[in-house]
Design a protein around this ligand. Structure first.
Ligand code: F6P
Length: 320
């Protein structure tokens, strides 16, 4: 394999730049050439691309969004678009492709694999809805954004004895809403995966009011309802006025967290390694990060956590 390409596709997420940088630098350090495709599959179809150097990915690690830019591409959902994308890659002399994006983008990657392009996908979406990885790229940063916003909201809510309904992204997945609710100490999280009872929520709001609690925060996943709809339902039920906040695309931006920078770097390097080992039609994911109890005696031996040698290797391969 002599030349690979990389693209970011679908909704952006923080950490995509770290992943692109790692793809480019680890590929170059292994003697491969790298083509950067602009604006996702749209750019692939339009042949909007350029050669990447180690300098072209300097100073992007700390930036949110994707410097290659992204797009949602309808053509790529159809055979004609997929055929053209594969032909264009072959025309560019590209033998391997790394696709960084959510489930729709990974579907595009599979279609290219079926057309003879060696392809590896990197799961990147704030929704954390992609299976076979415990975290997708950008989830951690989005959570930090949400937590920051809700902490601010709680200050003003407390000053005025207010209830706020906060609408959170995630499509049909309630992960962000649920985890943010835990991290922020919200009173309720309404998510698509579990039914909820608006009557019980209203009862709780009344109880909190009687107890003299100075704020109530209810998070609603966009896949359940809008914040306005929930606010209206509460008003109809108990005549209680609540304020709403729709976090929207704010959640997707911002400087990536350390976790997402590291995850993007690991995903990027892993994807290139997989391509060089002849893998294709696969997604690289993070697994085995499940909760697990360990005896304190074992933990408290005085030894510090051993460094992961593959991380040392990774840092070397990205710093040349
Ligand atoms: O998939 C990521 C996501 O941010 C979803 O949470 C949200 O529903 C959607 O993308 C918004 O899409 P767009 O950026 O096209 O408005």
């Amino acid at each position: 394999m002599k030349r690979i390409a990389v693209l970011t596709s679908g909704g952006d997420s923080s950490g995509m730049n770290a992943a692109v940088r790692a793809v480019v630098r680890s590929a170059l350090s292994s003697g491969l050439e790298v083509v950067g495709i602009n604006k996702g599959y749209k750019g692939l179809i339009d042949r909007n691309y350029g050669m990447m150097s180690t300098r072209s990915v300097s100073n992007i690690l700390q930036r949110g969004g994707t410097f290659l830019q992204s797009a949602r591409c309808k053509e790529m959902m159809e055979e004609a678009g997929q055929n053209l994308a594969a032909e264009n890659l072959k025309g560019m002399g590209v033998e391997g492709l790394v696709v960084i994006g959510g489930d729709g983008s990974l579907r595009g990657a599979l279609s290219l694999h079926r057309r003879g392009i060696k392809t590896i996908g990197i799961p990147a979406s704030i929704d954390n809805d992609i299976p076979y990885t415990s975290m997708s790229l950008g989830v951690d940063t989005a959570l930090n954004n949400i937590v920051y916003a809700i902490d601010c909201l709680k200050d003003t809510a407390s000053s005025h004895d207010r209830a706020f309904i906060v609408e959170i992204m995630g499509r049909n997945c309630g992960y962000l809403t649920l985890v943010a609710a835990i991290a922020c100490g919200a009173e309720h999280a309404l998510i698509p995966e579990t039914p909820f009872n608006i009557g019980r929520i209203c009862e709780n709001l009344r109880k909190r009011y009687r107890e003299g609690r100075d704020n109530s925060i209810i998070l609603v996943a966009e896949g359940v309802a809008t914040a306005q709809e929930i606010s209206n339902q509460i008003k109809d039920c108990i005549g209680f006025e609540s304020r709403i906040m729709v976090l929207g695309h704010y959640q997707r931006g911002g400087s990536p967290s350390s976790f997402d920078r590291l995850l993007g770097s690991r995903f990027g390097q892993g994807a290139v390694q997989a391509l060089m080992e002849g893998e294709s039609g696969k997604m690289i994911g993070l697994s085995a990060s499940k909760m697990k109890l360990t005896d304190l005696e074992k933990v408290l031996t005085g030894k510090i956590r051993p460094i992961d040698k593959s991380m040392v290797q990774l840092s070397k391969s990205l710093d040349f």
